[in-house]
Design a protein around this ligand. Structure first.
Ligand code: ACM
Length: 476
């Protein structure tokens, strides 16, 4: 018999003596949504006369199905033609966190729709439930907006891309001479949303603002602080000083964009970025300075909080929750904003202490654009080092928090930023199997030992192969 290898490990798994002999373990299992389980709970009972999957909701029943499919891989052939022997097992399971996410950056490098669907399959395989879709950035705008067609006609394409690794302060670059780009039509996005929903996954769109907007400013120069200058869609990495201006017309522009985005994505959560927004241009701009004075603000950087609050009205109108990167805590954001802590776990502690529900996404633990092996032999990456074992060891909730503060940590998320990932093959390589280790922490699987995890991971890799996504082979 092959061993039972469920990833992420369920909270409770008991294996009993004996086998259930059946020709069709999938078809013959009984499934029920029941009232005596919490909406996120499920149970699996394989006894001598059959298997029963029960769950507190349709979503939890989907998790039961995923776990059950992994459980019955341990069935062995019998002497009876066409029948297998399934180990008797009882599983009682529920996730630790409500938000179990992965962020995919399709702005730095566009990813084909079919690959996004496979990523959703990978998330479902790991009982994760959020795809955070980073749709816009300086280097590309990827979502069709009918009111502003130039966002994709112009903003979705860059003439070429820098080659090699960008270092801090670098001004001169070598380029590849190849046009790069692409975007999703509204139909594409609705298909992605529906495919994800069928698998219990919410697609949370991100429109990153007011920084990381150079592609939009290249399409509509009047959005920038130097409307007389024609910018290009950015062709190298790093942080752009070209951010949105704070004029009324720009607020209206963004609101119109967001209304179209909300129309595509039914997610109760909508991400408005907020990270890495230099305020140099606001300090130099007469119009921004006038606005700063009118609002009685002390510094140009405070305009970010004001701008975000203006455009977030569109979310409030429709009862959606604002999500933002942890810089939002520094810029006077709405009290009910969900904060995504990325600069460090400590930023998560600060967000929680400020009373925000928080998703832990700290770069030191769950940034999968970081190296996972020796840079001398690995594909070019942004830097740093997060091997598989470090992801396995990740502690989502900082110990120093009080119990009340800990309750504000609603979940965790891993990130795939694609500056150095040109397509699906590179994304798969950086994502997996680190995502499998991450899923254990997001689900709340017991940390038995890294070796025990590796024992389950080895056979699990075949499931990833069946989906057809690349992964980094385990070190021998
Ligand atoms: C980020 O990595 N700039 C959120």
């Amino acid at each position: 018999m092959s061993d039972i290898a469920i990833v992420p490990a369920p909270r409770e798994l008991t294996v009993d003596e004996g086998r259930w002999i059946t020709a069709d373990p999938l078809g013959e299992a009984v499934r029920d949504v029941v009232e005596n389980l919490e909406p996120n709970e499920y149970r699996i009972d394989v006894g001598l006369d059959g298997a029963r999957l029960t769950a507190g909701s349709e979503d939890a029943l989907r998790h039961a199905e995923t776990t059950y499919a992994q459980l019955i891989e341990a069935a062995e052939p019998t002497d009876e033609f066409g029948k297998v022997a399934v180990p008797l097992a009882r599983i009682a399971d529920a996730p630790r966190f409500a938000w179990r996410g992965m962020m995919l950056d399709v702005a730095r490098h566009f990813m084909p729709k079919d690959f996004v669907l496979k990523v959703i399959d990978v998330l479902a395989l790991h009982r994760l439930n959020v795809l955070h879709f980073h749709l816009t950035d300086d280097q590309g705008w990827r979502v069709e907006i009918e009111a502003y067609p130039r966002l994709t006609e112009v903003g979705a394409w860059r003439a070429e891309t820098m080659v090699g690794k960008m270092t801090r302060g670098q001004k001169e670059f070598e380029y590849d001479g190849q046009r790069h780009g692409g975007f999703y039509t509204k139909d594409d996005l609705r298909e992605i949303v529906a495919y994800a929903a069928d698998r219990g996954i919410t697609v949370v769109p991100e429109i990153d603002l007011p920084g990381h907007m150079q592609a939009a400013i290249a399409a509509y120069p009047e959005l920038g602080n130097h409307p007389d200058q024609q910018l290009t869609v950015r062709q190298y990495w790093g942080i752009s000083e070209d951010v949105l201006n704070v004029n009324d017309a720009t607020v209206e522009f963004v609101k119109t964009v967001l209304r179209e985005v909300l129309d595509i994505f039914p997610s109760p959560y909508v991400h408005l970025g907020g990270d890495e927004c230099p305020s140099v241009q606001w300090g130099e701009s007469e119009a921004a300075q006038k606005r700063q004075a009118e609002l009685g603000l002390d510094e140009p950087g405070q305009l970010q909080g004001w701008f975000t609050a203006q455009v977030a009205e569109v979310l409030a109108e429709q009862g959606r929750r604002l999500v933002g990167w942890d810089e939002m805590v520094d810029t006077d954001c709405p009290d009910d904003a969900v904060i995504m802590a990325w600069r460090s776990a400590e930023r998560g502690e600060i967000a929680v202490k400020a009373g925000h529900e928080t998703v832990m996404a700290p770069c030191e633990s769950v940034y999968f654009d970081y190296y996972q092996g020796d840079p001398a032999t690995e594909p070019l990456a942004i830097g740093n080092f997060i091997p598989l074992e470090k992801v396995y060891d990740f502690e989502v909730v900082p110990e120093s928090l009080t119990d009340d503060e800990k309750r504000l940590i609603v979940g965790t998320q891993c990130q795939i930023w694609t500056e150095y990932m040109e397509g699906p093959e590179q994304v798969g390589y950086m994502l997996l199997p680190r995502l499998s280790a991450f899923a254990e922490r997001a689900w709340g699987s017991e940390k038995v030992s890294y070796d025990e995890f590796l024992g389950r991971l080895r056979p699990h890799l075949a499931r990833i192969e069946r989906i057809g996504v690349n992964y980094r082979p385990l070190d021998s």
